[in-house]
Design a protein around this ligand. Structure first.
Ligand code: PXP
Length: 247
């Protein structure tokens, strides 16, 4: 099975929120991402609403043609959002206000009761649950015991490895946790820090079903789109100059 590509469009909303205006609209980016082959659209509705807003969740719920994966922390407010907007599935992540991005996986062993309650809540609504965890065998086992449908293994340590040897080591860690996940009947997802240079080894892990990637895709989209965006603006200015009415 070819792993699904989940495209995380949070950073499109980050740029919009820099001016708190209308553009760029993540909804428009999602249409283009789907035309490019995105199998899943992933958004993280953070408690501090620094990028994705509830409006984005509401509109995307109506416009996403592929599958909408809502990433969120386990809070009463978020569970109500899940009830209202019914994403195709939910990925629970840890969240700290001061972090730049999600740092580390959810500690299932520590938060067993709240995770179990959140899984049961979603299952009653018929919504599958993925848990974002570090590639640790005990965490994987806890996810299976609590009845999660999938795990998303955190690839950040692999992606940030300072040397090739360290990266190989972290790939081995990911492979062992992947095998354990599959053995425990969990669907296997991975994500965080994946880019055009490091994705291949992770995509090739046996039984990989989904990769969630945001920062590197949005960064590349900015660069490959820059030339055309400038050229279009230049054309407008040149055309305005040509059409000006001289006194
Ligand atoms: N998966 C999860 C659970 C995340 O929290 C994030 C970041 O929002 C990603 C994947 C995407 O990570 P990146 O932006 O580094 O590709």
């Amino acid at each position: 099975m070819v792993p699904r590509l989940g495209v995380n469009v949070d950073h499109i909303a980050t740029i919009r929120q820099a001016r708190r205006g209308m553009e760029p609209d993540p909804v428009a980016a999602v249409v283009l991402a789907e035309l490019g082959g995105a199998d899943v659209i992933t958004i993280h509705l953070r408690e501090d609403r620094r990028h994705i807003q509830e409006r984005d969740l509401r509109v995307l719920r109506e416009t996403v043609q592929s599958s909408l994966n809502l990433e969120a922390a386990i809070t009463g407010e978020i569970l109500e959002m899940v009830r209202t907007h019914r994403p195709n599935y939910v990925t629970f992540v840890p969240e700290k206000r001061e972090e730049l991005t999600t740092e580390g996986g959810l500690d299932i062993l520590r938060h067993r009761d709240s995770v179990k309650a959140a899984i049961d809540f979603c299952h009653e609504l018929g919504i599958p649950v993925s848990l974002f965890i570090d590639p640790d065998l005990a965490q994987v086992d806890a996810c299976a015991e609590l009845g999660a449908d999938a795990v998303e293994l955190h690839t950040g340590t692999y992606a940030d490895a300072p040397t090739k040897a360290r990266m190989e080591h972290e790939l081995g860690v990911l492979k062992r946790a992947s095998a354990e996940s599959v053995a425990r009947g969990l669907h296997l997802h991975c994500g965080h820090g994946l880019n055009y240079l490091n994705v291949t080894s992770v995509a090739a892990i046996a039984h990989m079903e989904e990769l969630n990637i945001g920062h590197s895709i949005v960064s590349r989209a900015l660069l490959i789109g820059m030339r055309q965006a400038v050229s279009e603006m230049k054309s407008l200015i040149v055309a305005a100059h040509a059409a000006r009415h001289l006194p």
